[in-house]
Design a protein around this ligand. Structure first.
Ligand SMILES: Cc1ncc(COP(=O)(O)O)c(C=O)c1O
Length: 340
């Protein structure tokens, strides 16, 4: 038994998803002729209350296209300092869009409406112009915490007031929506552009959706092509995305329950010094000072449990579709019996 807690990107398609992929009707999407991709794009756009969507090969691609749409060279993006676009996308914003990021800190891992005006640069020749605000929901590096409907609404209103474009990195937005009970169409119109990953908790092997106005998505198709992201008979992958949206959203609740269960267990263990509050499927905790991170991870690995270091003493567990109920007793037993 392998318990892979490294990320929710490690899931493999379930047999029913593979069957849907096998049965997909496909065409050449660069010509706009793949019926399954067209159906997925229509579905995603309408779910989030927008006009159009674009199937992208990754969340990085959909985020970067959004940045290109929302900015001009020599401009600046405001986002939280833990954002994926700041940390993990190779500073591609600098290369593709010729912009910089102004990373903002806060105690709770989230960007606050008053921080936007405070950090927006005045319109002076020698300063970058602030043109876009980005939030990530849920917040990966911040332990899966999330912005509520009211928090997103307040940020959106502030962006409109200040004439700034507003992008949602919703790689894990469905993890948020199953917790808050909001519909995607409730929150979609708050944003100019939205990126949603199909290949994280939703369990598809590949794919992210960029969602926006018809005008933006027309431009986005051309930007995607220029970055080498035009795909041909990718309807086989889109079929997995449709299956994921139809069948896997509600299942995210199971991942959250397992994450919370693990949080309670970790709280009782003497070799753990602190745990970030668990809100969704991510558990981030610190080992006590005397514990070797390598020793702990090697111990887990020798017991068939894979996890990743998220800092010198910090470990991240991510729960997902492939972590079954039957795996939990083994995980629990191994965590309880660890001897430093
Ligand atoms: C919050 C967030 N945004 C974007 C991405 C990028 O997705 P991809 O790995 O498909 O490029 C990730 C991937 O882990 C992520 O966690």
């Amino acid at each position: 038994m392998l318990i892979n807690l490294i990320s929710d990107t490690v899931t493999k398609p379930v047999p029913e998803m593979l069957e849907a992929m096998m049965q997909a009707e496909v065409g050449d999407d660069v010509f706009g002729d793949d019926p399954t991709i067209n159906a997925l794009e229509k579905k995603a756009a309408s779910m989030f209350g927008h006009e159009a969507a674009l199937f992208c090969s990754s969340g990085t691609l959909s985020n970067q296209i959004a940045i290109r749409l929302n900015t001009q060279p020599l401009e600046e993006i405001i986002c939280h300092k833990s954002s994926h676009i700041f940390w993990y996308e190779t500073a591609a914003y600098a290369m593709i869009s010729n912009v910089v990021i102004n990373p903002i800190d806060s105690d709770d891992g989230k960007l606050h409406p008053d921080q936007i005006a405070q950090n927006q640069k005045p319109l002076i020749d020698w300063l970058p112009y602030t043109s876009m605000v980005e939030i990530e929901n849920s917040c990966n590096r911040e332990g899966g915490c999330y912005y509520t409907y009211a928090e997103m609404e307040a940020l959106s209103a502030e962006c409109k007031r200040l004439n700034l474009k507003f992008h949602l990195d919703g790689a894990r937005i469905f993890n948020v929506l199953v917790e808050t009970g909001d519909q995607p169409s409730d929150i979609g119109p708050m944003f100019d552009t939205i990126s949603v990953c199909l290949s994280k908790g939703l369990g598809a092997p590949v794919g992210s959706m960029l969602i926006s106005s018809a005008e933006n998505i027309k431009k986005a198709r051309r930007i995607r092509k220029s970055l080498g992201g035009g795909m041909r008979q990718a309807g086989y992958l889109a079929a997995a995305g449709i299956y994921a949206l139809d069948h896997h959203i509600e299942k995210l609740r199971n991942d959250h329950a397992k994450a919370r269960h693990t949080e309670s267990l970790l709280k009782s263990l003497p070799y753990i010094s602190s745990i970030k509050p668990v809100f969704t499927n991510i558990v981030i905790f610190d080992l006590a000072a005397q514990i070797s991170t390598t020793h702990f991870l090697d111990y887990l690995k020798s017991n068939g449990i894979l996890a990743t270091a998220f800092g010198p003493k910090t470990i991240r567990f991510v729960f997902h579709l492939d972590i079954t109920e039957s795996m939990m007793p083994h995980l629990e037993k191994c965590l309880k019996s660890y001897l430093p």
